[in-house]
Design a protein around this ligand. Structure first.
Ligand code: PLP
Length: 376
């Protein structure tokens, strides 16, 4: 058996609609873009959606549209994919990291206020692994201190917090459509917002700073080429149309894992807060305390030798080489993030993973744990 860490689900209908789109005169900025955007806005429960070529581009446009600039600080989490805090660096502002909650793995809202300074402009929270951040408390903090709120929902399309979908909680949210995400356009991303000013700015900046009424060679502000092709949008529309099915399949995969793995006492299964409905991005287990990084890596090595794709998830952003160099960040600054990141394993996770595959992973995981416990 060979099981990859993730596997996109592209149906023959998806392929047919891509071919169809290639026979139209529109390969960019056409009707498929409009369709993908309006479907996604509707699904997320927001007024505006602006599709771009990656989740990273979406985050960058949000940071820029909010006027965040050099000298500003943005409070964010060190337990995320690098792009969430890089988007702050792109505009010359500084990320201020706040440690995470050991259960949800999202930014610990109780630690935020002590890090707010005169320079703080925004909070950028991430719905890590698809689990929503604590948006109610975050909303309270930003209102009290007059800050902006950015939602990195790149892992959480479809997740719900207190009955509301992710992407809709901040001034603006970002989705991503890389092949390992809930839906994929190959490469792609989306800005979602209820704020027409942010929407207009994002739409202009993704398209070389052209104005609403500008001709092709008229540019009213600094912009980028963050456009996404019609070919990508076709894939996105097809999948957002069947997102309920996709969510159900991924939910079933997580249930099968939970059911199998609950007997392994050396691990903690993913925590889901009671007010949350998950749209699963990845399935990440946490090893108990006695399993340090070395033992975790040894388990991963064993699983890989059995053709099971698995990975560490995430490495703390503050300990990434260029963040250390730039800010002098050191180990020990965010102990919960560091503790967790040494003990996580992402297991194979995709729409159509089978019970037999999960059984094979379970057996080998149990074997691997037994083996490393015997090692010194
Ligand atoms: C995937 C992801 C992104 C960026 O997505 P790309 O499309 O790869 O640029 C940003 N933030 C988080 C948390 C992600 O998981």
């Amino acid at each position: 058996m060979k099981i990859s860490l993730s596997r996109p689900e592209i149906t023959s209908k998806d392929i047919q609609s891509v071919i169809k789109s290639l026979k139209t005169p529109y390969l960019s900025l056409g009707p498929r873009l409009v369709e993908f955007e309006s479907k996604t806005a509707k699904y997320a429960g927001v007024k505006y959606a602006i599709a771009v070529n990656s989740g990273t581009s979406a985050l960058h446009l949000i940071v820029r549209a909010l006027g965040i600039k050099g000298g500003d600080e943005v409070i964010t989490t060190p337990f995320s994919f690098i792009a969430s805090s890089n988007s702050i660096l792109f505009e010359g502002a500084d990320p201020v990291f706040v440690d995470i909650d050991p259960n949800t793995l999202n930014i610990n809202v109780d630690l935020i206020e002590r890090r707010i300074s005169k320079k703080t402009k925004a909070i950028l929270a991430v719905d890590v692994f698809g689990h929503p951040a604590e948006w109610e408390a975050l909303g309270r903090i930003v209102r009290k201190h007059g800050l902006k709120l950015i939602e990195d929902s790149c892992e959480a399309l479809g997740s719900e917090y207190k009955g509301k979908r992710c992407g809709s909680f901040g001034d603006a949210g970002a989705f991503a459509f890389y092949p390992n995400k809930q839906i994929t356009t190959g490469e792609g991303g989306m800005v979602v917002t209820d704020n027409s000013r942010i929407a207009d700015l994002a739409r202009s900046m993704r398209n070389q700073g052209r104005g609403k009424k500008s001709t092709w060679l008229n540019h009213v502000r600094l912009g980028y080429n963050y456009r996404i092709s019609e070919i990508n949008c076709v894939l996105g529309s097809g999948q957002i149309r069947r997102i309920d099915k996709i969510r159900a399949k991924r939910g079933k995969a997580a249930d099968m894992y939970n059911d199998k793995l609950k007997v392994i006492e050396e691990i903690d299964l993913p925590y889901i807060a009671p007010e949350v409905k998950m749209s699963w991005f990845v399935y990440v287990i946490k090893l108990k305390k006695s399993f340090n990084r070395r033992r975790r890596d040894s388990i991963i090595k064993f699983l890989k030798s059995k053709n099971i794709g698995c990975s560490t998830y995430f490495h703390p952003i503050h300990l990434q080489p260029f963040y250390r160099k730039l800010y002098g960040f050191k180990k020990g600054m965010h102990p919960v993030t560091e503790y967790i990141s040494e003990r996580t394993i992402a297991l194979p996770f995709f729409n159509n993973i089978t019970g037999e595959e999960i059984d094979y992973i379970f057996k080998n995981l149990a074997k691997a744990i037994k083996k490393v416990k015997k090692e010194k």
